[in-house]
Design a protein around this ligand. Structure first.
Ligand SMILES: Nc1ncnc2c1ncn2[C@@H]1O[C@H](COP(=O)(O)OP(=O)(O)OP(=O)(O)O)[C@@H](O)[C@H]1O
Length: 253
């Protein structure tokens, strides 16, 4: 196994408040890791830290390189990000939005090339977003827009993908499609996937490992079968959990 994300004693303060405290964790190449935890625990901030968006204390190594010292375009060739909310009104056609995923490879001196067009077409094909290519982003439904954001991240062709609540607000069919798509990208393309997920059943079903953050600290880190249990979840969310028989959408083979 080879570690592609490694944080050591990661600390971060924002607006005079300590948000992340001494987080040390490792993600191995090819893993699918879900991050769970209460609202305001620091999950999104942790993800944004991994993208080099904040001046942190401690260490974050992405593919062996310290994040704060990495060239931003090089980092963008290694790690892509699908943010939590998509309420920005991009006045752009879907195709052009997905092409923005190629920004680490483009520059004023290097215009769009065949390999960029092919990467965009592949990403739109696998996410089933090609039929929307001429539509404006703001005309898409929430679920359609979510898949377009994932297509843009895929077009970036990075070995690591971070996603912040990729299936929240989607109906069951679209949740299922997005989660299956991520698993396919993980297993078929070998991408390392790290996703924040508030749906504990979904996190248990799709991930290899679960990391729980509470009050800015890493509280739990382990197998879904060990962590998605009443006692660890009570400790994490400070409420009682009982096991019930649940219904979930079937996984297509
Ligand atoms: N720029 C900032 N300045 C000050 N405080 C911030 C800033 N960004 C985030 N925070 C605070 O950091 C804490 C963690 O926020 P974060 O968005 O990471 O939580 P989260 O675990 O992702 O929550 P949720 O599940 O509700 O999305 C919150 O208390 C938030 O208000």
């Amino acid at each position: 196994m080879n570690a592609v994300i490694q944080t050591n004693n990661l600390n971060l303060s924002l607006g005079g408040k300590q948000i992340l405290r001494d987080i040390s964790m490792t993600v191995q190449s090819g893993e699918y890791v879900s991050i769970i935890g209460p609202n305001g625990a620091g999950k999104s901030t942790f993800m944004r830290c991994l993208l080099g968006m904040y001046a942190y204390k401690g260490s974050i190594e992405i593919a062996g390189q310290e994040c704060s010292q990495a060239d931003s375009k090089q980092l963008a060739k290694t790690i892509s990000y699908v943010p939590q909310t998509h309420d920005m009104e991009f006045p752009l056609p879907v195709y052009d939005f997905v092409m923005m995923g190629r920004y680490p490879y483009l520059s004023p001196l290097v215009p769009v090339q065949k390999k960029d067009i092919e990467a965009v077409e592949r990403a739109m094909d696998v996410t089933d977003t090609w039929p929307f290519r001429g539509r404006l982003m703001r005309t898409l439904s929430g679920g359609e827009r979510q898949k377009v954001y994932i297509a843009a991240a895929l077009a970036q062709e990075t070995p690591i993908m971070l996603l912040d609540e990729p299936a929240t607000f989607l109906d069951w069919k679209h949740q299922s499609e997005v989660m299956q798509l991520l698993k396919k990208i993980n297993t078929d393309c070998g991408a390392t996937v790290v996703a924040v997920n508030h749906d504990l059943n979904s996190a248990a079903h799709w991930s290899d490992r679960i990391v729980a953050i509470k009050d800015g600290q890493l509280l739990l880190d382990g197998l879904p079968t060990d962590l998605i249990q009443p006692e660890p979840l009570r400790q994490l969310f400070e409420t009682t959990f009982i096991r019930t028989e649940t219904l979930a959408p079937a996984t297509e083979s």
